[in-house]
Write a protein that binds this ligand. Structure first.
Ligand SMILES: CC(C)(COP(=O)(O)OP(=O)(O)OC[C@H]1O[C@@H](n2cnc3c(N)ncnc32)[C@H](O)[C@@H]1OP(=O)(O)O)[C@@H](O)C(=O)NCCC(=O)NCCS
Length: 284
């Protein structure tokens, strides 16, 4: 009895202890698993973030800007069809590459897919002083925009126009409402507007006829396109409105962007009265 009783008591004590141990073991196992889950989730988040950062950082370095070849013509046309309403038949691309092979550039991604192009040409003039290049078309796939692709292909073709063909300037047309292209040409590449060509496009939209001089001093005679899509004289603008709060990188552009044509005219008159040496002060 005693023995039995003792054994029973002992058994009861033992099973209570075991239960407690089991309970704590189970509890800590759950805790451990939870900790593992949280840790692995955290690690995955960190790895994904790192992957994304690496992707955007390496995207441009993995891309290649190079002169176009005959093999690129079809892909250029395809990119153009996906990006712009102004399209051309394949013969027009072939005409460009056969006539001015140095003025066509493409950008391709790491899989050798064409993601952007520029189609340039020379406008032959009888007088050497008037020889100039022209950008027929430029486009970058939506997936690869704002990575510097357009700037890179534009700079490459402009360098060829300048060095290979001794062009005096490069010209192009851009839609009045094309903010992205206007920013690229005016702020990033330093183009200025020569005139507004009214109803230039088939849908009657006006075009800014823009130019960038490689030599000489004619660049300063061009106009800056303001945010209101009016033209402002840079030199005059510099006299009247100091650049205070503008976000533009180019100080001359910043000054002109804050100026209306009326203000520009008034400033031009004021400048003329002050003498020709002061007139050139704000010029680029
Ligand atoms: C216009 C276009 C070619 C720009 O190509 P992109 O490769 O994105 O241009 P980049 O990355 O070289 O950017 C050049 C500058 O333009 C700015 N930019 C690009 N897209 C912009 C947008 N949507 N709005 C404002 N600025 C923009 C960039 O921030 C950069 O400015 P920064 O030099 O001050 O930093 C591209 O948007 C496109 O293919 N558009 C459709 C086709 C087209 O309009 N072609 C031009 C016809 S004239």
């Amino acid at each position: 009895m005693v023995g039995d009783h003792g054994w029973k008591i002992h058994k009861k004590k033992h099973s209570g202890l075991v239960n407690m141990c089991r309970f704590f073991a189970f509890d800590s196992l759950i805790g451990f698993v939870l900790v593992l889950l949280v840790a692995s989730r955290y690690k995955r988040i960190c790895t994904e973030k790192k992957k994304v950062d690496l992707y955007s950082a390496d995207l441009f370095t993995a891309m290649q800007v190079r002169r176009a070849t005959m093999d690129d013509m079809y892909n250029m046309q395809h990119t153009n069809l996906r990006c712009l309403p102004e399209n051309y038949n394949l013969r027009y691309y072939l005409y460009h590459i056969l006539s001015w092979p140095q003025l066509l550039y493409v950008c391709e991604d790491m899989n050798k897919k064409t993601v952007g192009y520029v189609l340039g040409k020379m406008d032959d003039e009888e007088e050497a002083a008037k020889a100039h290049g022209h950008i027929t078309s430029l486009a970058v796939l939506r997936t690869h925009r704002k990575l510097g692709v357009a700037s890179a292909v534009m700079r490459a073709t402009m360098r060829e126009m300048d060095q290979e063909y001794e062009a005096n300037f490069c010209s192009l047309h851009v839609r009045k409402t094309n903010e992205a292209a206007l920013h690229l040409y005016q702020e990033t590449l330093g183009f200025r507007c020569a005139e507004i060509d009214e109803k230039y496009y088939v849908d009657d939209e006006d075009a800014f006829h823009m130019k960038k001089y490689f030599r000489g001093n004619k660049q300063s005679s061009l106009f800056y396109v303001t945010e209101q899509k009016t033209l402002a004289k840079q030199a005059a603008a510099a006299v009247i409105t100091p650049p205070t709060t503008s976000t533009h990188k180019d100080p001359v552009a910043a000054i002109a962007a804050n100026t209306t044509p009326e203000a520009a005219k008034a400033a031009a008159a004021a400048t003329a009265a002050k003498g020709s040496d002061k007139k050139g002060k704000g010029k680029k």
